[in-house]
Design a protein around this ligand. Structure first.
Ligand SMILES: [Zn+2]
Length: 293
């Protein structure tokens, strides 16, 4: 049975299967045009499912996708979902300087706003790549005119994560709202509960249990996924066994799992769930990221 809406958000990072961070060492940005696009097909699968389940999602869309598929952006907006920004070129923040980052996130925002004639207020960093050292990142996000960011995963992981950052939403001193991805505390460990590869890897009932426990602990759900996770027909990338395993595991059963997840949780957008809420202001990112808040 579906329970009444609390603050349950479904978020979708819109990128192609060849643009993911796990393959960044195998495919240079200059080679992206050599790969066949799958995004129209993958998004239509997700839009149909969300429509059927009466769910609304936040789509964090890459600028480089929006420029090649403007009608797709308009279609997602027409279905009543939130259009948000995943930056322009999907480059890890640690690979950009402050100026490059500023230009990337401004360009994406301008383009998405132009395509939808609507304000874009949400941003998600590629691969949750804001680290304790990127003290300028949140400044630039706020300066660009975004009102919230959902760019931190407070866990330990080899590719991302700020393990000492807060697990619930909070304001930074500059007024930007940060909405972390869902985690669950089990004994004294903080575990990922917000989606990605774990969602495909774990049996559904275990993942569902973790996300329900997370909601009990934190009073909100911030689940994330990607369109390429639902498309076993996509071309295989020449990469390491580990990257391919992570990327391809259980793609064939993922749509069915997402359908079940939308039955358990009545998903709304991040903007709908979190704007104008009395979250605490925790100060400067440098201190927040090191657990000093
Ligand atoms: Zn991404």
């Amino acid at each position: 049975m579906q329970i009444e809406n609390k603050q349950r958000s479904l978020t979708i990072d819109v990128e192609e299967y060849f643009q993911v961070e796990a393959f960044a060492n195998d495919i240079d940005i200059s080679e992206w045009d050599n790969y066949p696009s799958r995004i129209d097909f993958q998004i239509s699968l997700l839009l149909d499912l969300l429509e059927e389940k009466k769910a609304k999602a936040t789509f964090f869309i890459l600028g480089i996708i929006a420029i090649k598929h403007p009608k797709l952006v308009q279609k997602i907006a027409d279905y009543g979902h939130e259009i948000a920004s995943h930056g322009f070129n999907h480059q890890h923040i640690t690979k950009q300087n402050q100026k490059e980052f500023s230009s990337d996130i401004n360009q994406a925002k301008d383009l998405l706003e132009h395509l939808t004639s609507n304000k874009v207020i949400g941003y998600r960093a590629p691969c949750f790549s804001i680290t304790p050292e990127n003290s300028w990142a949140h400044e630039e996000i706020q300066k660009a005119g975004y009102q919230y960011s959902s760019s931190t995963y407070p866990i330990s992981h080899d590719l991302y994560g700020v393990p000492r950052a807060p697990r619930t939403p909070y304001y930074l001193s500059n007024g930007l709202l940060e909405i972390p991805i869902s985690t669950v505390k089990f004994r004294d460990k903080i575990l990922p509960a917000g989606g990605g590869g774990y969602f495909r890897l774990l049996p559904f009932f275990i993942f569902e249990k973790m996300l329900k426990s997370s909601e009990k602990q934190l009073n909100f759900v911030n689940f994330y996924t990607h369109p390429w996770e639902y498309d076993p027909q996509q071309p295989r990338i020449k990469s390491t066994l580990k990257s391919n395993f992570r990327h391809r595991i259980n793609q064939h059963s993922a749509l069915n799992k997402l359908e079940k997840l939308c039955t358990t949780f009545d998903f709304k957008t991040l903007a709908n769930n979190h704007m104008n809420k009395p979250y605490p202001n925790l100060g400067e990112w440098k201190n927040i990221a090191s657990g000093d808040f």
